[in-house]
Ligand binder design. Structure first.
Ligand SMILES: [Zn+2]
Length: 332
């Protein structure tokens, strides 16, 4: 069986990793001391192993976000995340965050993004990890707020910003309500991935594809719809699966129901991700190890999942080529 050590040593690609949910716990403690916040509260930065629903899972972010409201802290968070992923041989990562959630102390969108970019660049002087950014809009924000966000991204022209996403409650604010913003993002030349079919229904995934998303955050709800699986396979849409998170939020009830093999058998392209390393207490190595033990994942399948991730990434063609070479050479 694919063991932990082998998984850790092989190069891996991650496309769905939230910055705020993935700041290492030691870093959060450091930031809490720096900001004079009660360190005890950080016990709630990790979500319960089984939450009632997505809303309970998201409560951890109420503890973390107040620590990420200055340029210095955002840069530290990004640096420490890159350091952490380098230790498990993640060779390329797309980190996502929602700038509008980091404005509690008046930072501008541009300052927030620049701080994260600075932290990543500093880390890259030491650690061999390529990284790009996905900017998340929140479903509960207004069209005007999200249109303003996109126009700021356009005027910044930051090459590391390669993608756009919507996160938040897809049941309250579905894909029928976000088309104004997704059109602007696509017109700005950004790749589009949307959290859909996580705790909502399969139809949300169809709507996301219609909006121009080439990737779906989670998308596990399509497991009950052969019709939507067929649409995903035909459109070569990539599902960004996050196993631990999916089980924690009750998007999937238990491992027996985890649909990875169902998706592979139906020709639906998937890749594996952590979602939130700290909130879900996981690593990419751990996610693959879980799939090896619960879904009998083989090394050849792990290689293919990483190739899927590279092909679906928003990296440049040159970077994709380099990553494909690395994976092809490193895997048996
Ligand atoms: Zn997510």
């Amino acid at each position: 069986m694919l063991d932990h050590k082998t998984i850790q040593s092989l190069p891996k690609v991650e496309l769905h990793c939230h910055l705020d949910g993935s700041v290492p716990l030691d870093t959060l403690k450091k930031l809490a001391r720096k900001e004079g916040l009660d360190e005890e509260l950080l016990a709630r930065a990790t979500a319960p192993k089984k939450c009632a629903d997505l809303r309970e899972y998201l409560e951890s972010f109420d503890i973390i976000l107040p620590l990420l409201q200055s340029e210095e802290n955002l840069a530290i968070a990004a640096y420490d995340l890159i350091e952490q992923v380098s230790k498990e041989n993640v060779c390329y990562i797309e980190i996502r965050f929602a700038p509008l959630l980091h404005q509690q102390q008046g930072l501008q969108v541009e300052q927030i993004i620049q701080a994260v970019v600075d932290g990543i660049k500093k880390a890259q002087q030491t650690f061999d990890v390529r990284a790009n950014l996905i900017i998340s809009a929140m479903r509960h924000h207004t069209d005007q707020q999200n249109a303003d966000l996109v126009s700021r991204l356009k005027s910044m022209i930051e090459p590391a910003v390669v993608g756009f996403d919507f996160a938040g409650d897809e049941q309250q604010n579905g894909n029928d309500k976000i088309s104004a913003t997704t059109t602007l993002a696509l017109n700005a030349g950004l790749g589009l991935t949307l959290h859909s079919g996580e705790c909502g229904c399969a139809q949300n995934v169809v709507e996301a594809i219609q909006l121009g998303a080439t990737r779906i955050g989670h998308g596990v709800a399509i497991r009950n719809s052969p019709e939507v699986m067929k649409i995903c396979a035909e459109t070569k849409t990539l599902l960004e699966l996050c196993p631990t998170s999916n089980l924690q939020t009750n998007a999937i009830p238990d491992w027996d129901a985890y649909p990875l093999r169902l998706f592979i058998d139906n020709g639906v392209a998937c890749c594996i991700n952590t979602d939130n390393r700290t909130v879900s207490e996981t690593t990419l190595t751990h996610e693959y190890a879980l799939l090896a033990s619960h879904c009998q994942l083989t090394v050849a399948e792990m290689k293919q999942l990483n190739i899927n991730a590279i092909n679906g990434s928003f990296a440049s063609d040159l970077v994709k080529k380099e990553l494909l070479e690395k994976v092809t050479l490193s895997y048996p």
